[in-house]
Design a protein around this ligand. Structure first.
Ligand code: NDP
Length: 302
C-alpha cells in the first residue's frame, strides 16, 4: 500500500500494477493537520463547536449521525445534535438552522441527509450561514470554489483533490474525465481541476460514449454511484483513477459487499495510481470535514 510521502510517482507509474492510494493514511495526515489547527484555535481562545441538524426517525440514519459526532469528538471537536422528528416540516428545519446561525457558540453546521420527504434540501442548505457551512454546500461556497478557493467546496470534492495531490502528479495540462455531475462531487471536482488547468470533461447519463471519454483520461474520477461501471478496458494505461462510488451490492452467494464505481483489479492492472473502496476517498472525506470544522472556527468573526 502506498502512503503519503512514500515512493516516487514516476517510478510507480512504471510498475505493472497501480500503486494504491491509502485513504486511511492520507486521512491520518489531514487529521494531524487538523490537530495543529485545533491547537491554534484553542491558543486563540476560540470555541470549536459543530451542530448536526438531523430530521429523521430512521434508526440507521440516526446511528450515522451519532457516528459522525463520535468522529468529531475523537478529533477533539465538540459536536451536538439538533434532533428533529422525521415528520418535521421545511419551516421547522429552517428554523433550527437559523437558530444555529445566530448561536455564537456554534461555529459549524452540518445538515444530515436525507431530510423528510417534501423538504427541498437545496433550499435548506441555502439558509445555512456560509461561514458555518463546513460541508461546503451553500451556493456562496460553491461559487467560491468556482473562483478557485479549494477549501470552500464540498468535503468529498476536496478529498478527491487531496487523493490526486497525494500521488505527486502535476495536474496541469492533463486530460481529466469526471463521471458524474452532482453538486457535491462531479461539478466541484471539475471546477477544482479546471482551476489547476487540467483539460476537463464531465460525463453523465446523457453522455454518448462514456468508454471513449474514459479511455482518454489521464485522471479519471468515477462518481456515478453505479457499481463497477468503469471496467478495466475503460482505463488508460498509466491513468490516476479516483473512485468515489460507494455501492452496496449482493453477491451471488447472498453476501453483501461495498464496491466502488470502478472494477478495481482490472483497473489496477492498467492504472498508475488507484483508490480502493472502501478505504480510499471515504476516510479522506471524513478527515476533510473535521479540518473544515476547525478552519471555520478559526475564521469566525469575533
Ligand atoms: P448523484 O446520484 O447525485 O450523481 C450521480 C451522477 O452520476 C449524476 O450526475 C449522473 O448523471 C451520473 N451517472 C449516473 N449513472 C451514470 C452512468 N451510467 N453513466 C454516466 N454517468 C452516470 O451521486 P453523488 O455525486 O452524490 O455520489 C456519487 C457516488 O459517490 C455515490 O456512490 C455516493 O455514494 C458516493 N459518495 C461517496 C462519498 C465518499 O465520501 N466517498 C461522499 C459522497 C458520495 P445525471 O446527472 O445525468 O443523472
Amino acid at each position: 500500500m502506498w502512503s503519503p510521502g512514500g515512493k516516487c510517482p514516476i517510478l510507480c507509474a512504471m510498475a505493472s500494477q497501480a500503486q494504491v492510494i491509502d485513504g486511511k493514511a492520507l486521512a491520518e495526515k489531514i487529521r494531524r493537520e487538523t490537530g495543529d489547527l485545533l491547537a491554534r484555535a484553542r491558543a486563540e481562545g476560540r470555541v470549536v463547536r459543530v451542530a448536526v441538524v438531523s430530521a429523521t426517525d430512521d434508526a440507521a440514519a440516526r446511528m450515522y449521525v451519532a457516528r459522525q459526532c463520535a468522529d468529531f469528538a475523537a478529533a477533539g471537536i465538540e459536536a451536538l445534535v439538533r434532533e428533529l422528528p422525521g415528520a418535521a416540516t421545511e419551516a421547522e428545519v429552517v428554523a433550527a438552522v437559523e437558530g444555529l446561525n445566530r448561536d455564537g457558540e456554534v461555529t459549524g453546521i452540518v445538515l444530515a441527509l436525507p431530510l423528510p420527504d417534501g423538504i427541498d434540501v437545496r433550499r435548506v442548505q441555502e439558509r445555512i450561514r456560509p461561514a458555518k457551512d463546513i460541508e461546503g454546500v451553500h451556493p456562496r461556497n460553491l461559487g467560491l470554489t468556482a473562483l478557485g478557493r479549494l477549501r470552500a467546496g464540498p468535503s468529498t470534492a476536496q478529498a478527491v483533490i487531496e487523493a490526486i495531490d497525494a500521488t505527486g502528479i502535476d495536474v496541469r495540462g492533463k486530460e481529466a474525465v469526471i463521471v458524474g455531475r452532482s453538486q457535491i462531487v462531479g461539478k466541484p471536482v471539475a471546477l477544482m481541476l479546471i482551476e489547476r488547468r487540467a483539460t476537463v470533461t464531465v460525463c453523465h447519463t446523457a453522455t454518448r460514449d462514456l468508454a471513449g471519454h474514459a479511455r482518454r483520461a489521464e485522471i479519471l474520477v468515477a462518481a456515478a454511484g453505479r457499481p463497477e461501471i468503469i471496467t478495466g478496458d475503460m482505463v488508460r494505461e498509466g491513468a490516476v483513477v479516483i473512485d468515489v462510488g460507494i455501492n452496496r451490492v449482493t453477491l451471488p452467494d447472498g453476501t453483501r459487499r461495498t464496491v466502488g464505481d470502478v472494477r478495481f483489479e482490472a483497473a489496477r492492472a492498467r492504472a498508475s495510481w488507484i483508490t480502493p473502496v472502501p478505504g480510499g476517498v471515504g476516510p479522506v472525506t471524513v478527515a476533510v470535514l473535521l479540518r473544515s470544522a476547525v478552519s471555520a472556527a478559526l475564521e469566525a468573526e469575533r
